[in-house]
Design a protein around this ligand. Sequence first.
Ligand SMILES: [Fe+2]
Length: 490
Amino acid sequence: MIMWKDTGMGSMLFQLLLVSFVFLSFVDNGSAGVTSKFVRQEWPSDDIPLDNEAFAVPKGQNAPQQVHITQGDYDGNAIIVSWVTPDEPGPSQVRYGTSEKKYDFTAEGTVKNYTFYNYNSGYIHECLVDGLEYDTKYYYEVGVGDSARAFSFQTPPKIHPDAPYKFGIIGDLGQTYNSRSTIEHYMESGGQAVLFVGDLSYSDRYQYHDVGVRWDTWGRFIERSAAYQPWIWTAGNHEIEYMPYMGEVIPFKSYLQRYPTPYAASKSSNPLWYSIRRASAHIIVLSSYSPFVKYTPQWRWLAEEFKRVDREKTPWLIVLMHAPIYNSNEAHFMEGESMRTVFESWFIQHKVDVVYAGHVHAYERSYRVSNIHYNVSGGDRYPVPDKSAPVYITVGDGGNQEGLASRFQDPQPEYSAFREASYGHSTLEIKNRTHAFYHWNRNDDGKRVATDSFMLHNQYWGSSRRRRKLNKNHVHTVLASMPHRLRRPL
Ligand SMILES: [Fe+2]
């Protein structure tokens, strides 16, 4: 057994390990970027037919369907449960407890419906269940009599800098056979909550009544995961549903009715931008399609929210948005540039760890770069290596009916570390305050294939000054949490 001391040999070896991980992970700048040579098999990317079992309507008169949960407060001891009853409102009650089929508590919610052209929604229920214990399995039930349906979920550990947690990251999912492959692979990954980076149902690809119907099918489609663990929502362009020829001009109309967020808990004025804290992570959700320039409500909120981030409590600072800031795919090239000019300097200043986006139907990961010295009238116009910058990751590859964005710019820009046009999802497995394992998992002919992976170092606790503050026990914890192959002598 190796014995460590606070300083000296132990510290030197720990430093060596950290440096080696950076090298192994290709996150460091200076490595050549990779454009994967993998060519995926051409599965059709058509929407699954309405009568497919993937969209099965639950049995029973007025049975609740489209059940999904999201975090209901700032720190993770509440959830919001949403569901739809098709025929009549029925009660908006959630019965819950810590034993199966034994519901000691009830929470009362609200119900509403809406119209979209000639589509009439079912009765959409929304119920806050709060005062939950951390790190506890709860069982819950919605509906009445023979039509009642039961589910369960696990609350996260209490906010703590070393609380481990595994997030999944999914974007641009849609409701095709590829979407089904993505969601099935994600459910095998052991992820505990989904960070969803926008473009949910792609129902806006339809007309008239079918727009609403495809929201319903999508709700039933994701229930297999979203009823059992929170999905943290980000709005994309397909949520705008701007259809003047149908008289529908209210942006995000269906999305806002169906997918509530806990925005008020983070002092936001709008459900489209908000933040949550979960385990050891502070997650900021931004809206690419709402005003964000200086003095707008989103800009003001984000300025204040960054002040509330406490890396001593939540070391991991994660930002979600839909349109990527660094993207070398020909699809949607530079669509995130306006947000980059407004927020990138804040991401650097506050040492954001990672920014996840979707929108581009492919996978791409950046090196740590910034372009905050860009000057419209001067010569500075290229991204440069920047150790304070986040890693930017695009996972718009959930598998929707628009297919893959397979044309990347050639040559690969220096800021691009890895890119591949395949369907898949990512996971971020936080081990403690300093280290997290990241994987991108390609859907490959029915298999889940870990394709791009690296060790993410925390931007706050990774500094040498703060590392020295960590005590001997913490060093032991870090080493114990590493995969064995990464612990071998270097
Ligand atoms: Fe999009």
